[in-house]
Design a protein around this ligand. Structure first.
Ligand code: CP3
Length: 355
């Protein structure tokens, strides 16, 4: 069913739109006082994510404030390794951790693709609940971490500054790392398929840590598995097709290869200009991005100026046309950002791009 506001899906198909659609990575989060209140009542982030009604409520919160053109499922990329038995938990101020990291032969041999309707049933229930509550207003984005990015957390046991453990594995035990990435890719494909079946209308893969790799390692341990997802993920046909967006921090050097992967769209960070990104991806895909998130700390006038530059950079690279551009930040929002500035950002994207 086509949503009432289908700008986002039309842009991903590179069809003409009345103005450039916008959504924001981490649009539901701690920068919103209503999110902080819901989180306090629920007790923790995981308690919110595991309760479909609460996950639905926080998904909708940013849409009540701002005329955003898509909703994104409220969940986390680490639900998948959690369901694979690693034991996800959060330490205040330190981010996500795993009780049982997968860093040796025995732990990796033990991993299996989780059952999507039981072990990850709370995610699928959240997708179904959100679709019902959105009532055809804007499309719903489902997502997963990339195999490489998930493997980073699975091997390191949490966030990392230098990724020493997983890089050591890449250099000294590449076959073991491939084994981990291969089963994780099976899980990612099953996870995204199940979200589509439950009602997700577009699917984004977050390769947050691909950019920490040398080009040779990126090709072998990240790109190869993104290509497999783009090739194997069943995503429907025509207007019913759920477009696949490959977002990667630091993916600028690889846009030509990513554009040839078969994904419908690429998400880029702010270290590449959209004009260059257009050239590099040769008009094969839609592009999503790429305002520096720190722009939201600047004045409203400066935010508006940077929005115009970003919109024009895309049009310059795309033969003067704004078609095929989904506006976003180059990475997620931070808890200390001002909601008033987000309102300015969304307003300027729509107003300046409207024809
Ligand atoms: O974009 C959205 O609004 C949808 C929800 C979403 C969350 N995490 C909610 C969340 C999405 C798409 C993610 C993806 C995610 N999670 C990524 C990839 C995207 C990226 O930002 O690069 C990564 C690397 C993670 C792992 C993770 N989960 C981290 C590093 C953190 C932050 C920990 C912290 O204390 O800041 C989380 C927790 C998390 N996931 C929060 C939210 C809103 C903060 C939870 C809270 O404390 O309220």
């Amino acid at each position: 069913m086509t949503p009432k506001n289908d700008r986002f899906l039309r842009a991903l198909r590179r069809e003409p739109v009345d103005c450039t659609p916008i959504w924001l990575m981490r649009q539901a989060g701690r920068y919103l006082p209503e999110y902080r209140a819901t989180r306090k009542a629920a007790g923790s982030f995981l308690a919110m994510a595991k309760n479909p009604d609460i996950a639905c409520e926080v998904t909708l919160q940013p849409l009540r404030r701002f005329p955003l053109d898509a909703a994104i499922l409220f969940s986390d990329i680490l639900t998948v390794p959690d369901a694979m038995g690693l034991g996800l938990y959060f330490v205040e101020g330190e981010g996500p951790k795993f009780e049982r990291p997968a860093r040796d032969e025995a732990a990796i041999a033990n991993l299996a693709v989780p059952d999507m309707e039981t072990e990850l049933g709370y995610v699928m229930d959240a997708v179904r609940t959100i679709r019902r509550e959105l009532d055809g207003g804007v499309p719903l984005i489902g997502f997963s971490g990339s195999p490489w990015t998930l493997a980073c957390y699975m091997v390191e046991g949490g966030g990392s500054k230098d990724f020493g453990r997983i890089k050591a594995m890449a250099y000294s035990a590449p076959a073991l790392l491939h084994k981990l990435l291969s089963i994780t890719t099976d899980a990612v494909i099953a996870y995204l398929s199940a979200q589509r079946a439950a009602g997700a209308q577009a699917l984004q893969v977050f390769d947050t840590w691909g950019g920490v790799l040398s080009p040779a390692l990126y090709g072998e341990f990240s790109l190869k598995y993104l290509q497999r997802i783009a090739r194997e993920l069943e995503r429907g046909e025509g207007d019913e097709r759920a477009p696949l967006i490959l977002f990667g921090k630091g993916n600028g050097p690889y846009l030509d290869q990513l554009a040839a992967s078969g994904a419908e769209a690429l998400g880029v960070d702010w270290t590449v200009s959209l004009e260059d990104a257009c050239w590099r991806s040769k008009g094969k895909v839609a592009l999503q991005g790429n305002l520096d998130p720190a722009t939201l700390y600047a004045s409203p006038a400066a935010i508006r100026a940077q929005v115009r530059e970003t919109l024009d950079s895309y049009a310059n690279g795309n033969g003067g046309s704004r078609d095929g551009h989904v506006f976003n930040l180059g990475h997620g929002m931070s808890p200390d950002m001002d909601p008033e500035h987000v309102a300015v950002l969304v307003d300027e994207v729509h107003a300046y791009s409207r024809r």
